[in-house]
Design a protein around this ligand. Structure first.
Ligand SMILES: Cc1cc2nc3c(=O)[nH]c(=O)nc-3n(C[C@H](O)[C@H](O)[C@H](O)COP(=O)(O)OP(=O)(O)OC[C@H]3O[C@@H](n4cnc5c(N)ncnc54)[C@H](O)[C@@H]3O)c2cc1C
Length: 365
């Protein structure tokens, strides 16, 4: 960053509170606090890294609610709020852990030794026969009857079927939930349909360690949009976590596409690899062919909490009041990090228990 750009950051403690009632974008928030250059060089790459998103359209209060809270606490300034929290001894305590977020407990990058899919594997193992997998729910209907008001229509290898339920929890992505819920509540369906999902490709590249001169001593890097590179950034998986590459090898994970460069996500496999290799050569000096390549395409990667998200959530919450027994959760509502999803899942399960408490005589408790 330039010297004036750095000086501008120092003015943060003089930031005033914004006008009431404005759903400010991340870009406007950051410009107000630490200036244009910090937005371009520091925050924008982070927004691409976390949301595959565009800071000029994402809502600050919905995407980074902790920042919005801090701003209020510091009467406009994040620095003042941090100082307040430090002086109260509130920072670093477990209370921060409860919030969740893309970084994991307490802001530390966390995963499973076996990879993140371990979470869903272990859950399905523990639930055993109580969970039906590889089955697509096709639609949900609500009937005028006292017991089991919801009918769920599904399809799997064995064919099509349906069953009646008292409680339905939809944890599918917004664009799927929108379709499933249409017959039950067209208003919720319409709101969910408005959620945009940019495409993102993740390319995993494995190299012999001895052929890479860079120390790879960190988490990786994210690239400002203005630098016009092909990739959004690169995570050094084998530096972050053990067991991500065999001995003597490294694994680099590159992200391509996102809300600001969606077209790159549709490059062909060989074009993608060339684009990624080109950038890795410029940035890390890696000029060798990877020994291992895997490409994961996410056509609809991450829901974007654009300006107006909180009003859309309010419409959903209000409409759900007309459908007792119907619950929505997952990353489309109150946080896209896995921690956020887990936190929201616990909240949902509490609501379900509360709703089901009157079923106790029938063994539901
Ligand atoms: C490339 C990438 C990297 C990420 N990195 C991180 C990270 O480092 N840290 C972090 O915290 N978060 C990260 N995230 C975000 C995080 O992974 C997601 O927000 C989170 O996993 C979403 O969980 P979910 O349960 O809401 O949705 P999903 O995990 O998408 O689960 C939805 C489920 O619904 C099922 N489904 C869909 N349609 C139907 C249907 N009709 N019937 C039945 N089932 C259906 C799907 O099969 C799927 O299993 C990343 C996301 C992406 C795309």
């Amino acid at each position: 960053m330039s010297f004036p750009g750095k000086l501008r950051i120092l003015l943060e403690p003089f930031t005033k509170l914004p006008e009431e009632g404005i759903d400010e974008t991340i870009a406007d928030f950051v410009k107000r606090h630490i200036g244009d250059e910090a937005l371009r060089e520091l925050v924008s790459p982070m927004v691409s890294g976390v949301f595959a998103g565009d800071p000029y359209s994402l809502s600050l209060k919905s995407s980074f609610p902790v920042m919005a809270e801090l701003e209020k606490e510091g009467n406009g300034s994040l620095v003042k709020a941090m100082v307040k929290r430090i002086s109260k001894g509130a920072i670093g305590k477990r209370q921060r852990d409860k919030r969740g977020g893309p970084l994991g407990p307490g802001g530390t990058l966390t995963s499973f030794k076996e990879g993140i899919e371990y979470l869903t594997h272990i859950l399905s193992e523990r639930l055993g026969a109580r969970i039906i997998t590889n089955t697509e729910v096709q639609r949900i209907e609500k009937m005028q009857r006292e017991d089991h008001p919801y009918t769920i229509y599904f399809k799997n290898k064995k064919g099509e079927g349906k069953f009646d339920a008292d409680v339905v929890i939809l944890a599918t992505p917004a664009y799927i939930t929108s379709k499933l819920i249409e017959p039950v509540d067209p208003a919720i369906s319409k709101v969910l349909k408005e959620t945009s999902y940019p495409p993102l490709v993740v390319a995993c590249l494995g190299y012999k360690r001895s052929l890479i001169s860079h120390p790879l001593d960190g988490f990786g890097f994210l690239i400002p949009h203005e630098e016009k590179m092909n990739i959004l950034g690169c995570l050094w998986d084998s530096s972050m976590y053990e067991s991500r590459a065999p001995d003597g090898y490294v694994l680099l994970r590159v992200m391509i596409g996102g809300a600001r460069k969606p077209e790159s996500a549709f490059l062909k496999d060989d074009e993608l690899i060339m684009a990624a290799r080109n950038d890795l050569k410029i940035i890390l000096g890696i000029d060798v062919v990877p020994d291992f390549v895997r490409i994961y395409r996410h056509e609809k990667a991450i829901p974007q909490y654009t300006a107006g998200h909180s009003e859309r959530m309010k419409i959903i919450e209000d409409s759900l009041k007309h459908h007792p027994g119907l619950f929505l959760t997952g990353n489309s509502y109150y946080g896209i990090g896995i921690n956020d999803c887990v936190r929201e899942a616990f909240k949902t399960s509490e609501k379900v228990f509360e709703y089901c408490s009157w079923y106790k005589p029938y063994g539901y408790a």
